[in-house]
Design a protein around this ligand. Sequence first.
Ligand SMILES: Nc1nc2c(c(=O)[nH]1)N[C@H]1C(S)=C(S)[C@@H](COP(=O)(O)OP(=O)(O)OC[C@H]3O[C@@H](n4cnc5c(=O)[nH]c(N)nc54)[C@H](O)[C@@H]3O)O[C@H]1N2
Ligand SMILES: Nc1nc2c(c(=O)[nH]1)N[C@H]1C(S)=C(S)[C@@H](COP(=O)(O)OP(=O)(O)OC[C@H]3O[C@@H](n4cnc5c(=O)[nH]c(N)nc54)[C@H](O)[C@@H]3O)O[C@H]1N2
Ligand SMILES: [Mo]
Length: 670
Amino acid sequence: MLVTVENGRAVKVAGDPDHPFTQGFLCAKVNRYLDRTYHADRLTTPLRRVGAKGRGEFVAISWDEALDTIADRLGTVARGPHGPQAILPYSYAGTMGLLQGQSMDRRFFHALGASKLDRTICSTAGTEGMRMTVGANMGADGEGLPQSDFVLLWGTNTLTSNPHLWPFVLEARKNGAMVIAIDPIRTRTAEQCDEWIPIRPGTDAALALAMMHVLFAERLHDADYLARYTLGEMELRARVAEWSPQRAAGITGIPAERIAELGRQYGRAKAAFLRVNYGLQRHFGGGMAMRTIACLPAVTGHWRRPGGGVQLSTSIGHRFNLAALVREDLSPPVRTINMSRLGEALTRPDAGVGGPPVQAMVVYNSNPAAIAPDLGAVRRGLGREDLFTVVLEHFQTDTADWADIVLPATTQLEHWDVHLAYGHYQATLNRPSIAPIGEALPNTEIFRRLAARMGLDDPCFADDDLALIRQSLDTPHERMKGVTLEALLARGWVRLNVPRPFLPYAEGNFPTPSGKCEFYSERLERMGIDPLPTYTPPRELPETAPQLAARFPLVLISSPRHKFLNSTFVNVKALRGNAEPECQLHPADAAHRGITDGMRVVVHNDRGHFTAVARVGDSVREGVAWAPSVWWTKLAKDGRNANDTTSQGVTDLGGGATFYDNLVEVLPAD
Ligand SMILES: Nc1nc2c(c(=O)[nH]1)N[C@H]1C(S)=C(S)[C@@H](COP(=O)(O)OP(=O)(O)OC[C@H]3O[C@@H](n4cnc5c(=O)[nH]c(N)nc54)[C@H](O)[C@@H]3O)O[C@H]1N2
Ligand SMILES: Nc1nc2c(c(=O)[nH]1)N[C@H]1C(S)=C(S)[C@@H](COP(=O)(O)OP(=O)(O)OC[C@H]3O[C@@H](n4cnc5c(=O)[nH]c(N)nc54)[C@H](O)[C@@H]3O)O[C@H]1N2
Ligand SMILES: [Mo]
């Protein structure tokens, strides 16, 4: 992102035309980054709560008073009967910068002996799925996509959540590739594809198994690649023999003919690109689904060629020295709390979390009162009078309303950072372009000052932000060769030391225990999980939970609204417009509930409810409802959002959140 500054004020943000992947344009949201940075509601001073919890009534205080209050209270908790593990950090994706998201903050909590947080809310199921099959969450290079002859956009709303990939998709299509979307929703992406395959939610593994059935049955496999670079071919063949297209049709809702043809199209292609994204792993069987899909390119040998393979992420390709940043060695052995079960951790510590109750929580880069599942439980927890809550924020969010102390943080225009990428192989420097707004401070500086206040005297707390950047780059890893501060300062980004396009598994080299693509996984076997690819159904589908489905027959998917970034940008008027929370329904589902387009509806299940405006059309599969998310609850008429209905259940692998494994009923609000 290039920022133009005049007299100390940023006046324009634009994409960098020289960047090989983002190619000179910004997404719909970040285009409005100035509206957000200079928003009249930016927090400019520390605040102390004066009203009841959750009311959002605060007065301005000085940094000294704020930091003294926090140090005093955290110190009291740490020295108390439950010890420092009663303190919980809570952070995720508000910024994904390594400095502002995982450096001083982690050092601070580690040295304090606070509980650790398992950051599962987005990607751990898929990450583990990839790890079990190919060894790491590192896949095909999007810059090779133009050379692909068959593109499957599988559980990804590319035009919304990954728009920079789109020009590469268009180039592949210009070169003759067919582009197909596999999604329960006809998203704006699916609309632009050659075909939309409306799959039943959470059933992707069944589709992938049947595709492999066809590949072997019709001899479309690459025998040489299989022999050299894979483990468990015979076992896989036996497994997929059970998965005829007819069987998968009954599960996925896709006609058997279409499944068989998809297997053939895939097998005849020379370099099929599977862009899988995180949508399809937000179901109970998400880890196994990802693992199963990741087997496909090894069956056909597509990893050999540019444009071939599967991409869930490129993040593990980046090898910053995270160990030096987070300094886990400073931490004593402590318990870990799964962030996807925050409601339970705050309200029912004995019910599974174990260890002492959470008495203090420090939230930064996250808005759990909007984005965490089962918001009813989360709000009950945040409302506890005995819980001390600190929130570092740009804005008075849903979560900040529950805080005891709110601290104003800087935005990306105001601080230093470095970033890995999860869709390409360039490392990025974020340099500040303007002075902080008001009294805002970078997260790094806030934790540095807190560490000093609390007497944490390890020399690492004296590192300034540039020192942190140098430490993050100080690594002997081959792929980071050339990624230096000097090179980053010169251009803003540096391509990792990998060929273009990068073909990570062209000649095997899978970072698994066996060094091969593991169709058969001993690691899974040891975990008591099926060692072979299989279909693990969602928890909430009519066939798995018939009694629940009788009362709540629709699967609710609450994936991002085009102009929101999770809960970021929701308060930017230029992006929200006059919109209200919506719920899209298939005409057949709407008709027999007496729902018409524009009608106010209640979406509910046993966990909770929220209201929305109904949108009726055939852009969702029958039996599926779509609530574009993630709304600030305080900007909705009823003070709720889709996460009032989502569950704290976690995935088969990685303990991930299951936002889309969610049965609901939708009724007219009246
Ligand atoms: N504009 C915008 N961009 C974003 C974000 C944002 O909030 N807004 N968030 C960022 C973040 S943190 C992330 S993790 C990514 C998320 O972006 P993606 O990884 O693309 O994930 P989702 O948007 O959750 O879901 C993608 C698609 O999967 C579909 N889907 C849901 N369940 C299933 C299923 O069982 N099978 C299949 N085949 N499809 C399914 C959904 O309908 C949706 O269209 O985007 C990033 N980019
Ligand atoms: N129903 C439903 N729930 C979801 C999702 C969904 O699709 N549907 N998506 C899930 C996913 S994939 C993710 S990743 C999570 C994301 O959820 P979160 O991790 O909470 O991410 P955001 O909502 O984008 O940002 C949270 C806050 O971080 C603040 N922030 C940004 N930069 C900084 C900074 O430098 N310092 C400080 N102190 N604060 C900063 C922003 O102002 C924002 O209010 O939500 C999950 N929840
Ligand atoms: Mo995410």
